[in-house]
Design a protein around this ligand. Structure first.
Ligand code: GLA
Length: 591
């Protein structure tokens, strides 16, 4: 049997390298039932009937993950008892019912031992049998427990030879060899066989060894695929290079994954573990704001791929209830993963209410899957953030006062893409009430370092539509206009293999949300590359469209670095099947 403390102590090597040096920090609107919780609660309002309309055939996008991670409150003191206690607390607190589903075991679960064939060996005391018939030292025991409560299980490794607790240990000595380098296929297959549903892959080893993150994470994604194929078990992919290597430029859909997240910054706070020396630490609101800012890369966040500003510190020492509310608002308007880092067995009633507010969660999980954009900051620190929602005419808005005095902050309908000539209803999500109907603007006084999270529902300003089969566009590789019975324009362009399509549109002078109207007749998502004005391409995922031939829509955000006399949106699916394009619609707004 492996003895945890003995093994950990054996890992004390001369390599006292500081971890900190590596980690510094539309057009055709259809009536469709909506799953948007905020909208549902609004339906009671007679003035908001339009909430039942969904934006132009929007295909629901895989939402960002919600759950809990062991790192922030347990560091490497994690074991079976901790995980069982936290799993039960996630259920009894009401968080499971609110949508939190992952229990993620972070670093410290494994002490770096392998058998002669390279199979991971885990400490039998740390991970004992939990019921008759189970073997001690088998991670599938704890996975079975997590699954038995209707939840999903996550695990951690590093892309390099060792995880972060070797290079910069927190509690206890450095632990050698807790990375998967040289064992990708073997380890990811093992994780899937144990039954894990989620894997976080850290970069401390990769960083130390100067590996190329884009290449390395693609290789890991392929290993994840192979493990999924062998076991039939899905592993959600979480990348953790802290934004050091601009993951937003290469991580969306890396290695062909259908959903993933990537960290955009360092940790908000180092772990705070009760009854240990590090219990004197506290989370800071400044750190929360800094991670929020570093997490904003809206052009990369779409179709199931998400920027990850880190586990939330809501409910940890250092933040007031008001700051916790702002923190949750920032993650929700970002559409960020909602992974809680606090000790779930100690949450206050106020914290639970913040974490489980259904309308706020609905903004985060909205099935357009896009990130908010800062639409206004007319004076430094008076910020208006906004993102369109899947419900027609619905927009989430955050009025954020980053100054040290109360401030009046105004949002104009034209800034967020609403028709200024029509009135709109304003909902305060934390107050849980409608504030009334307003014409063209809404102004609120926001306390110092505070924010209001709103859903404003009005009439979307007219979008600008460009048909795929327009002669203004550039077709290559044999792409050609074809008849399309279900297309409003009657024509479409299919890409894939050699065939590509470049939309030529009016210059993109600001960040713009774009709906893409397409058909995917297959039963699986199709991946396409999009390059805007010749910039580095990003992978866009096109889920199957309903009924085979019906036109569906996805929404993305596009930006140009150097708008010229026109802008280009070039779509290609080199060597593989691509979607059928009907048109694109540029949504209005001062984004
Ligand atoms: C890094 C990550 C953290 C956590 C630790 C584990 O710091 O950013 O989220 O996984 O490693 O050592």
């Amino acid at each position: 049997m492996l003895k945890r403390s003995v093994r950990a102590a054996a890992g004390i090597a001369a390599l006292a390298v500081s971890f900190l040096s590596f980690v510094p920090s539309l057009l055709f609107t259809v009536v469709a039932p909506s799953s948007f919780k905020a909208a549902q609660s609004m339906r009671s309002s007679p003035s908001s009937n339009q909430q039942t309309k969904s934006k132009a055939n929007q295909i629901p996008i895989t939402p960002p993950p919600m759950g809990w991670s062991s790192w922030n409150s347990f560091s490497n003191t994690v074991d079976s008892n901790v995980i069982m206690q936290q799993t039960k607390a996630l259920v009894s607190s009401g968080m499971k019912n609110a949508g939190y589903q992952y229990i993620n075991i972070d670093e410290g679960w494994w002490l770096g031992e392998r058998d002669q064939s390279g199979n991971i060996l885990v400490d039998a005391e740390q991970w004992p049998a939990l019921q008759p018939g189970e073997q001690p030292g088998d991670m599938s025991n704890i996975v079975r427990f997590i699954h038995s409560l209707g939840l999903k299980a996550g695990i951690y490794t590093d892309a390099g030879e060792a995880g972060c607790s070797f290079y910069g240990p927190d509690l206890g000595p450095p632990i050698l060899h807790t990375g998967s380098e040289g064992h990708y296929d073997q380890d990811f297959l093992k994780f899937a066989q144990w039954g894990f549903d989620y894997v976080k892959v850290d970069w401390c080893g990769g960083n130390k060894e100067n590996l190329d993150p884009a290449a390395q994470y693609a290789e890991i994604a392929h290993a994840v695929h192979r493990a999924e194929k062998v076991t039939g078990h899905r592993l959600y992919f979480s990348i953790c290079d802290w934004g050091n290597n601009s993951p937003w430029t290469w991580a969306p859909g890396v290695g062909g994954v259908a959903a993933d997240i990537w960290r955009t910054s360092g940790d908000i706070v180092a772990p705070i573990v009760a009854n240990t020396p590090n219990n004197s630490r506290s989370a800071s609101f400044v750190g929360v704001l800094s991670n929020f800012d570093q997490g904003i890369h809206p052009a990369a966040q779409h179709t199931g791929f998400y920027n990850d500003p880190d586990m939330m510190v809501v409910g940890m020492q250092g933040l007031s209830d008001a700051q916790n509310r702002v923190h949750m608002s920032l993650w929700a308007i970002s559409g960020a993963p909602l992974i809680v880092g606090a000790d779930l067995s100690k949450l206050s009633k106020a914290t639970i209410e913040i974490l489980t507010n259904p309308d706020v969660i609905a903004v985060d999980q909205d099935h357009l899957g896009v990130q908010a954009i800062k639409v206004d900051e007319h004076l430094p620190g008076f910020q208006v953030w906004s993102k369109p929602l899947a419900t027609s005419g619905g927009h989430a808005v955050l009025l954020l006062n980053r100054t040290s005095a109360p401030a009046k902050i105004e949002v104009g309908w034209n800034e967020i893409g609403l028709d200024s000539s029509a009135s709109a209803t304003v909902w305060d999500l934390w107050a849980g009430k409608e504030l009334g109907s307003y014409s063209s603007t809404y102004t609120a006084t926001i306390s110092a370092s505070d924010a209001a999270l709103l859903v404003i529902h009005g009439t979307d300003a007219k979008a600008t539509r460009y048909e795929a089969a327009s002669s203004a566009n550039e077709l290559s590789g044999g792409a050609t206009p074809e008849p399309c019975e279900t297309c409003p324009s009657g024509r479409s362009i299919t890409i894939g293999g050699e065939r590509s399509l470049t939309f030529k549109i009016a210059p993109l002078k600001r960040s713009t949300f774009v709906q893409i109207h397409y058909i995917n007749r297959s039963t699986s998502p199709l991946t396409t590359q999009l390059s805007v004005d010749g910039q580095m391409p990003t992978n866009i995922l096109f889920p199957p469209t309903e009924g085979g031939n019906e036109v569906g829509s996805i929404t993305i955000e596009v930006e140009s670095k150097q708008p010229g006399s026109e802008s280009t949106l070039a779509f290609s699916s080199p060597g593989v099947t691509g979607p059928v394009f009907e048109s694109i619609s540029l949504l209005a707004g001062a984004h």
